[in-house]
Ligand binder design. Structure first.
Ligand code: MRU
Length: 364
């Protein structure tokens, strides 16, 4: 994507090869800051503290984290320690485990003295593949938006609702849920995006809105509870969200609140699609509700709000009374029966084992 005329990915090795650069997403939308990771602990911290976030970007950062770790200790023990440290950073996005398994398998046959270079090459391959996958999701998903446009009057914008941030900031480039939006926008299809604010961390209000704004895509930020009302009044043509882990049976785990949007969409006959890159499929799971680990985060994300004051200072304020306990679940699971279709890099399929097998027959 382009920021002020320059092309950016969300993660890249620095020119001298000494570090891995990321965009610090905790400082958006008010401050665009690039941070350099130079060690395993830097990479683990970046994922844990959510400088980077979004399932595919977490996977890519973990891959680069292994590459940084191999410069410190390329032994088998060093590799295992790196994978264990990175795996412990966040529990829900399966791309993390997928990337670490891939790097571990790849490096197993590589002599210690060559592991740092081999890991850097493999991490770059993970990043490049993510870009290609998301670009393909964009092309397939744009077809759905085009079809919605054809059902509407000429020139009337297709109304898309999305939750959290599943745009280019959540991936290496393009995004998953937003890749179809960007592709349709480039194709000249008129559209408008309803952006759920996505409490408690506000990834919609701060990140999705920032991306769409930078890209010139018409959008409106709404409070989390507005979507049902909009759907009841015919103001949403389709929902599209990302996912942190989708089971082999099509159950979709995504940012907390996704399930409620899927219920509202189902009740109102609004199609509900999921942008799903194949590394986000957990082929070993079949019951999302029982099996997917749901991250529980610091209650301070619920009790406090951070924003910019009129004079440009960042301020954090408390919005709950002292003494009230809080709970902070990061994700929920939308059962496959509420999902209209999964938009993968190989095309769109039903949210079911058969649907996924039809596109990924090698997994049968
Ligand atoms: O907690 P986050 O910000 O990492 O959660 C991100 C999401 O839930 C995204 O929707 C998901 O990772 C899909 S990203 C393409």
């Amino acid at each position: 994507m382009r920021i002020d005329g320059a092309a950016y990915r969300t993660i890249w090795p620095t020119e001298d090869g000494g570090a891995v650069a990321i965009i610090d997403q905790t400082r958006l939308p008010h401050d665009f800051a690039v941070v350099h990771l130079t060690s395993l602990e830097d990479a683990a911290h970046a994922i844990r503290a959510m400088l980077v976030r979004g399932a595919p970007l977490i996977g890519a950062t973990a891959a680069y984290g292994v590459a940084l770790a191999m410069r410190e200790d390329p032994s088998d023990d060093g590799l295992e320690r790196a994978c264990a440290t990175l795996l412990a950073t966040r529990p829900t996005a399966v791309n993390l485990r997928w990337a670490l398994d891939r790097l571990r398998d790849h490096l197993a046959g590589v002599p210690e003295e060559s592991r740092a270079a081999a890991a850097a090459i493999e991490a770059a391959a993970v990043a490049d593949e993510d870009v290609a996958i998301n670009h393909a999701i964009g092309q397939h998903g744009a077809g759905l938006i085009r079809a919605a446009a054809q059902r509407k009057g000429a020139g009337e914008p297709v109304q898309v609702l999305t939750h959290c941030n599943a745009g280019w900031l959540a991936t290496v480039d393009w995004g998953t849920a937003l890749a179809p939006v960007y592709a349709a926008f480039e194709q000249g299809i008129p559209l408008h995006v309803w952006v759920d604010e996505t409490r408690p961390r506000n990834q919609g209000a701060s990140l999705t809105a920032w991306e769409l704004n930078r890209h010139g895509v018409p959008h409106t930020v709404i409070a989390d509870n507005v979507g049902g009302h909009l759907m009841q009044h015919g103001k949403v043509d389709l929902c599209i969200v990302g996912t942190d882990r989708t089971t082999a049976t099509g159950d979709v785990c995504n940012k907390i609140g996704t399930y409620l949007k899927a219920l509202a969409a189902f009740d109102n006959g609004v199609p509900f699609y999921v942008g799903l890159p194949s590394p986000t499929i957990d082929w070993g799971m079949s019951d999302g509700l029982r099996e997917i680990p749901i991250e529980e985060r610091d209650g301070r994300e619920v009790t406090h709000l951070t924003g910019l004051t009129a004079d440009g200072r960042t301020e954090t304020i408390k919005v709950t009374p002292d003494g009230s306990p809080v709970a902070n679940y990061g994700f929920d699971v939308t059962p496959a029966r509420l999902v209209t279709g999964l938009v993968t890099e190989r095309g769109v399929c039903a949210a079911s084992r058969e649907g996924l097998f039809s596109l990924f027959p090698e997994r049968r």
